[in-house]
Design a protein around this ligand. Structure first.
Ligand SMILES: Nc1nc2c(ncn2[C@@H]2O[C@H](COP(=O)(O)O[C@H]3[C@@H](O)[C@H](n4cnc5c(=O)[nH]c(N)nc54)O[C@@H]3COP(=O)(O)O)[C@@H](O)[C@H]2O)c(=O)[nH]1
Length: 540
């Protein structure tokens, strides 16, 4: 588990990121989206510019078709009148010229006396039309016009007519030949950029301008605008998206607060630890006094911290019991014990392991199927697993009896733990079908002392003998206590005199070493000076 300081620091950083990241993402998205939308906008206008150019072009084509329908006497008054009529009828065509042997013979204005050659076209379109980009009309002498020629005719039209598309925002439209010659621009724009777009520069933007283009079989059209247009669009997008970003920030901050509270509250921390299975079991050896051998162990859970240290159960079992987390914890302990000891229990059929069962579990019996599944899966005999519960676990006698009956039917032995520290000890012992009694450490401590409890010990032992319980004395710390207990006919002991609770590997080593020695130390009442109660014939 991380310490509080680290959690607070991480939570603060996470909360700041949770507040900032959605807003930055939204801003980034709005910018991206504004550029995308504006590029599409410019592309659409490029397409409409192509359509406009094609409209003008098709009017020129119509003029050629009309003139070529009849065999005119070249530059006859009727011929010239027809050319003039078509010029007036057409919105795009400003003048029509007729060439004989490459020389301009007449126009829609009348016959031509000067020597004016047709010249070299600037571009040839796919369907045989020739384009002359800058022709100065000799009659009007006005601004240069665009000429489109087919056969013996050409038509002149104003450049700007090809790009006169009404736009909804400020932009420049341009038209070019497919080989990159600029034909017309709707207004003045960055020269280098216009030339590059005419030559086929891909859609994009620079510091100040955005641009996009479109092509058809005759022309390439493009549109250029200030980036501010896109930013105006971005502002609109942001207005819509900021509430969404703020909402996401609030949700994320809420999540951070919730997670950090989970880590900061003891209950939350315990819950997370259970979820992460951050628990190990240590094993305190149980010694059989008659042989001096290790008869098994009591499994004692420990909460493993990220730094490798362990939180003792006194610190979290009461919390787990209060909050209902004891149930998943009991399940974890059961699984851990089976995982740890299954192979050893299979090898050593006389060995047992005692598992602590919390009061609520003892009353509900909920853990029994969990235990049974785990043992069956591991091939361990249920007789090798003892269940220990304190007196509080037996308070609801009927509920406890049901659990005890089921557990005993399955083969488990049931021990009453910390005996003597509760209130209803005697009645409980008589009423319930128990198998073993664990004498609490406080009574063992009193052995050989003047403490009031010291006189209770012989009575507990003789009562347990009378009820044919196996007796385990807890918290044995001195040889004198051991001698007393042996003399009194107590079968099993556990305590620091033999070993503290050990991690799995150390326990396995302890068991091996202990059980290689086959000696049972003789009773030595003289050495202890203690007077044990007479051993019951039923003990052992
Ligand atoms: N419901 C569950 N309760 C559990 C589980 N694992 C442990 N516990 C209960 O937590 C209490 C504290 O246990 P722990 O800190 O492990 O202490 C045990 C022994 O280390 C300690 N002990 C044993 N011998 C001596 C000794 O000679 N001197 C000394 N000072 N202490 C000693 O006693 C504790 C064992 O107690 P008990 O269970 O009564 O046999 C404790 O109440 C555990 O029951 C669990 O998985 N589930």
């Amino acid at each position: 588990m991380m310490n509080r300081r680290s959690i607070v620091v991480i939570a603060t950083v996470a909360a700041i990121l949770a507040a900032v990241i959605p807003l930055l993402s939204i801003a980034g998205y709005a910018r991206h989206r504004a550029i995308q939308v504006e590029t599409e906008h410019l592309k659409a206008y490029s397409g409409w510019t192509l359509q406009r150019a094609e409209q003008n072009f098709s009017q020129a084509r119509h003029v050629f078709d009309m003139l070529e329908q009849d065999a005119w006497a070249a530059c006859s008054p009727a011929h010239i009148a027809r050319m003039r009529e078509l010029t007036i009828d057409s919105q795009s065509v400003d003048e029509i010229g007729y060439f004989v042997d490459g020389q301009l013979a007449c126009t829609s204005w009348g016959p031509v006396q000067q020597d004016i050659g047709i010249g070299v076209p600037s571009a040839t379109l796919v369907d045989g039309y020739a384009l002359y980009l800058h022709i100065t009309p000799f009659v009007t002498g006005g601004a240069p016009l665009l000429a489109i020629s087919r056969g013996d005719y050409n038509v002149l039209m104003k450049h700007e007519r090809l790009v006169d598309v009404l736009t909804d925002t400020k932009m420049t439209l341009g038209l070019a030949t497919l080989d990159g010659q600029l034909i017309a621009m709707s207004r003045k724009a960055d020269g280098a950029l216009s030339q590059a777009l005419a030559r086929g520069l891909a859609d994009g933007h620079d510091q100040d301008l955005m641009y996009a283009s479109a092509e058809n079989t005759h022309f390439r059209a493009f549109a250029i605008t200030d980036r501010s247009t896109a930013f105006d669009r971005m502002d609109q997008e942001l207005l819509l998206l900021i509430p969404l970003g703020a909402g996401m920030s609030v949700i994320l901050i809420g999540l951070v607060v919730w997670i950090s509270r989970q880590h900061l509250s003891p209950q939350g921390a315990l819950q997370l630890a259970i979820k992460r299975k951050a628990f190990v079991t240590h094993y305190q050896p149980i010694i059989e006094l008659a042989t001096g051998q290790c008869a098994g162990a009591e499994a004692l859970v420990r909460w493993r911290q990220p730094d490798g240290s362990f939180v003792p159960p006194d610190m979290f079992i009461p919390l787990a019991e209060r909050t209902g987390l004891i149930e998943p914890l009991t399940d974890l302990v059961i699984q851990r014990v089976v995982d740890d000891l299954a192979s050893m229990l299979r090898r050593e059929p006389s060995m047992h392991v005692a598992i602590n069962i919390a009061a609520c579990d003892m009353q509900s019996g909920r853990f029994l199927p969990v235990l049974s599944r785990a043992l069956r899966g591991a091939g361990v005999a249920p007789t090798q697993v003892w269940l220990e519960a304190t007196e509080s676990g037996f308070m609801d006698v009927n509920a406890a009896r049901a659990t005890i009956d089921q557990a005993r039917q399955a083969g488990h032995a049931i021990a009453i733990d910390d005996f003597g520290t509760g209130y209803s000890s005697l009645s409980l012992l008589q009423t319930l079908p128990l198998d073993a009694l664990k004498i609490d450490k406080s009574f063992v401590d009193a052995i050989g002392t003047q403490a009031a409890t010291s006189i209770v010990v012989p009575h507990i032992i003789s009562m347990a003998h009378g009820l044919r319980f196996r007796i385990v004395a807890e918290g044995v710390e001195t040889a004198a206590q051991e001698a007393y207990l042996r003399e009194a006919g107590v079968q099993f002991v556990q305590g620091w005199l033999y070993s503290k609770a050990l991690p799995l590997e150390a326990f396995l080593a302890f068991y091996k070493a202990r059980n290689q020695r086959r000696t049972a130390p003789p009773p030595d009442t003289e050495a202890t000076g203690l007077t044990p109660p007479p051993a019951s014939p039923s003990a052992g």
